[in-house]
Design a protein around this ligand. Structure first.
Ligand code: ZN
Length: 276
């Protein structure tokens, strides 16, 4: 199956492909009204506005580095996942958005060195976990379980594109084995500007297909390319379509024609699995 990811309600209404991911809540902190019939995408702890309004909310390392947009390796602000007020508001928002299917992005901790704020340290020390990575994973899994209790639509979880065994747990506290009971799909973004090289796309897609094999949870791969030609995007899709159940293309007004042509060509040939 093939679909588009967009923040444009106009493009959502174009009805291109088999499904639409609509960015209702992005990492800047902007909120848009969720759209019926779309899979509404919500940035969870990625929220630059919340961090800007109150920098003490940002996730922090042991040496005091905060997850802010200007911090090296971070493109947006990330709130500490144990911030109780933020968590409560996020769950309320997801309950509203989750009348439709919902996609979660920026789920978990923003890197292996986060979060070492006083509250997280206290919660880890008073937990029954010996290892911090186990406590972090439990914290995120419990949140997703709570989301599953509050939303009526399907839940798709976006994961960092690192299929090396154990790395998702160490980076973010995401454990597909533990999450599978609460979610209806995993999504991996493999984005580039123009896909000048493509071997890494196939390698990562293959790695995730292997890592998630046996979980019985569909895998969607996201491709986004502002400068790629139709032929190149079709070629990249061909390279990954045996490893994924669906492909979603990041789409803006400027590249809508390209994406539309790519989806039509891909739909006209071998379709992906119909299981998503
Ligand atoms: Zn914290």
């Amino acid at each position: 199956m093939y679909g588009i990811l967009t923040s444009s309600p106009t493009l959502v209404r174009e009805n291109v492909g088999d499904f639409v991911h609509y960015i209702s809540d992005d990492v800047s902190g902007q909120r848009r009204a969720p759209l019926d019939g779309a899979i509404n995408s919500v940035a969870c702890w990625g929220d630059t506005k919340a961090v800007h309004d109150d920098p003490s909310r940002a996730s922090v390392t042991a040496d005091g580095t905060r997850a802010k947009p200007e911090t090296e390796g971070h493109h947006w602000g990330t709130v500490c996942p144990t911030d109780p007020d933020y968590r409560a508001r996020l769950l309320d928002r997801l309950e509203t958005v989750g009348a439709n299917d919902v996609r979660l992005t920026t789920l978990g901790f923003p890197g292996p060195a986060f979060c070492r704020c006083e509250r997280c340290e206290r919660q880890f020390e008073t937990s029954d976990r010996d290892k911090r990575v186990a406590w972090r994973t439990e914290t995120v899994t419990r949140f997703v379980q709570e989301v599953a209790n509050r939303v009526s639509g399907d839940i798709i979880v976006t994961v960092y594109p690192d299929p090396y065994p154990g790395n998702l747990r160490e980076r973010a506290g995401l454990d597909p084995q533990k999450l599978k009971a609460h979610v209806d799909g995993f999504l991996v973004p493999l984005c580039s500007i123009s896909y000048e090289t493509t071997y890494w796309v196939e390698s990562l897609a293959r790695g995730f297909a292997r890592e998630l094999r046996g979980l019985d949870v569909p895998l969607t791969i996201q491709l986004s390319a502002s400068d790629a030609e139709v032929d190149r995007l079709v070629d990249v899709t061909r390279q990954i379509d045996s490893h994924a159940d669906a492909v979603v293309y990041g789409t803006r007004e400027e590249n809508f024609d390209t994406v539309q042509k790519v989806i039509r060509r891909c739909q006209a040939s071998e379709p992906l699995s119909q299981s998503v």
